[in-house]
Design a protein around this ligand. Structure first.
Ligand code: NAD
Length: 384
């Protein structure tokens, strides 16, 4: 009898390499159909290139602007006994499609938090002729970070800050709703999460690339953040992850001072909540995500990672206006459709009525579940 395919803690018991290839090809095809990104980047570094927003940015800059891309990610190649991680197959698919299209691409597997990986990137750029970077995309999502200066390992936690949180969470892989209760994070846990997901490593990257003189004049760098509505604030924006994102957002100002001599600009883009390997691990967010998708789909406003990155590049970063549109805190807002008043009102109404019995009827759980298994290249037929 066939064993059921399960996803536990973001890890799936199966991966379909051909499905991963199809996913990458679908985004590439969509990108090829979009208008070219005029005056887009020519040489791009993507940190966290193998999935979610990083992969989407890589596809959009390569196939939409013709950029040479260097990607870094932490993925596991297959062995004789075990399949590789989905991101490994995504990288393969991207590199093959780039080669077919005559686009330069190179992909490094390594810990982006380490100085060794920074040195490897610098070494590659000096030898491979791809030229100084005019865009650096920082799109890492990691549970842990080894601080290269002290050797200490920090682990991020997903917890509320200040007060205990009690709420219901939806397992996107099964559709089951359970009650959870999370104690508030300690000061140490908050600091560790900021160390992993805050802006320290982003700044170390820019400092290293600047010192190696491989940042082009007028280059841009972008990191990604999330805010979300009141319903998710306790677990996200006012929680440990939000503290890390506040740090990331503040780091953009520090980087801007650092790169003034390159006439460079650092931005943080606040993106919409989407099903990725990182986001489904966040309790409470998952129920919100399934409700949100139902509303966005009904209104024709649902975007995937690729569509978000396409909008970021075409309508914000390279829209030929001298100024990139930001909010009053200097952040680019790509969560504008998610945060629309009508979208939020209707999503909140769904969440208020949500019970274990009406998940399928009220939310887009099925769509989100397909997306989640789809990240491992698995179609509904593969799971049947
Ligand atoms: P993802 O899990 O799809 O991708 C994470 C990437 O980081 C992968 O390429 C992975 O290989 C890489 N990575 C992780 N640890 C690494 C390490 N030590 N060294 C090298 N590479 C490493 O995640 P995602 O959801 O696309 O998240 C990317 C960014 O976008 C994060 O900063 C996240 O907070 C932000 N964001 C996500 C959402 C969402 O809903 N998914 C919304 C807004 C912002």
């Amino acid at each position: 009898m066939k064993k059921p395919i399960r996803i536990v803690n973001g890890v799936c018991s199966s991966v379909n390499p051909a499905g991963c290839f199809d996913n990458v090809c679908r985004w590439i095809e969509a990108e090829k159909k979009s208008p070219r990104i005029e005056n887009g980047p020519r040489s791009v570094l993507i940190l966290g290139c193998s999935g979610g927003y990083g992969l989407a940015a890589r596809i959009a800059t390569a196939f939409g602007a013709g950029a040479r891309t260097l990607g870094v990610s932490y993925e596991r190649p297959p062995t004789v006994r075990k399949h590789g991680s989905p991101g490994w197959y995504n990288n393969q698919a991207f590199d093959m499609a780039s080669a077919e299209a005559g686009l330069f691409s190179e992909t490094l597997l390594g810990d982006a938090f380490s100085n060794a990986t920074r040195e490897a990137v610098i070494d590659r750029v000096k030898r491979n002729g791809m030229g100084a970077f005019d865009l650096v995309v920082y799109s890492l999502a990691s549970p842990a970070r080894l601080d290269p200066s002290t050797g200490e390992i920090y682990r991020s936690v997903i917890k509320p800050v200040g007060e205990k949180l009690v709420g219901s969470t939806l397992d996107v892989a099964t559709g089951n709703i359970t009650e959870i209760s999370l104690e508030p994070a300690t000061a140490e846990e908050i600091a560790a999460t900021v160390k992993v997901m805050g802006g320290e490593d982003w700044k170390l990257w820019i400092e290293a690339l600047q010192a190696a003189d491989i940042l082009a004049n007028n280059f841009k760098t972008i990191a990604l953040s999330y805010i979300g509505p009141d319903a998710t604030h306790a677990i996200y924006r006012s929680g440990t992850l939000g503290k890390a994102k506040e740090h990331l957002e503040a780091t953009a100002f520090e980087i801007n001072e650092l790169i003034a001599r390159n006439q460079g600009r650092a931005y943080v883009s606040v993106n919409r909540a989407l099903v990725t390997r990182a986001s489904v691990m966040i309790p409470i967010m998952s129920a919100y995500l399934c409700a949100l998708n139902k509303v966005l789909k009904a209104k024709g406003l649902n975007e995937n990672c690729h569509q978000q990155m396409s909008r970021l590049l075409r309508e914000r970063l390279y829209n030929n206006d001298s100024q990139v549109a930001t909010d009053n805190q200097g952040r680019i807002r790509l969560d504008d459709w998610e945060m629309r008043e009508d979208v939020q009102r209707e999503t909140a109404e769904i969440l208020e009525r949500l019970t274990p019995d009406n998940v399928r009827e009220l939310t887009d759980w099925e769509g989100c579940c397909d997306e989640l298994f789809g990240l491992f290249g698995l179609s509904p037929e593969d799971r049947a």
